[in-house]
Design a binder for this molecule. Structure first.
Ligand SMILES: [Zn+2]
Length: 142
């Protein structure tokens, strides 16, 4: 036996009803044997009770989910540290700097990193200049 909370779409009545199975519910409904206790309307549905489902989600899952995010965030931060130590920050001049290195064969000890629009990156790629797009986390502590 399974208990469903039924909601009437006509008069908004909420009532509990027992069924042999979830298939039983569908069967009764298709045979038009399921109607509202108050207005007899056949326009009734299983109440999905979404807030209850959310409340029943184990807290551990949520904690794991958050932990996973912070692990990824830390990895990105480690990577950022590596980039900051080994690359020269050129900010919005990235496209210009990347071109000048490429065309002038200007020797730089460090690689460069900075910001560029997707359009700029596409143009650089068409000119044969390789770029890497990195996920970046703003460090609010600095
Ligand atoms: Zn009703």
């Amino acid at each position: 036996m399974i208990k469903y909370n039924i909601i009437c779409k006509e008069c908004d009545l909420n009532f509990d009803s027992w069924f042999a199975s979830s298939k039983d519910f569908e069967k009764l409904k298709s045979k038009k044997l399921l109607n509202c206790h108050k207005c007899n309307s056949l326009n009734v549905e299983k109440n999905l009770m979404a807030p209850k489902l959310i409340r029943n989600k184990p807290d551990n899952d949520l904690k794991k989910e958050l932990k996973k995010h912070s692990v990824i965030k830390n990895k990105i931060k480690d990577y950022q540290k590596f980039i900051k130590n080994n690359f020269e920050y050129v900010g919005k001049n990235f496209t210009y700097e990347a071109r000048s290195i490429h065309y002038n064969e200007k020797k730089k000890e460090k690689g460069i990193y900075g910001t560029a629009s997707l359009k700029d990156l596409k143009e650089l790629k068409e000119e044969g200049i390789d770029t890497q797009v990195l996920p970046w986390v703003e460090d609010k502590n600095n």
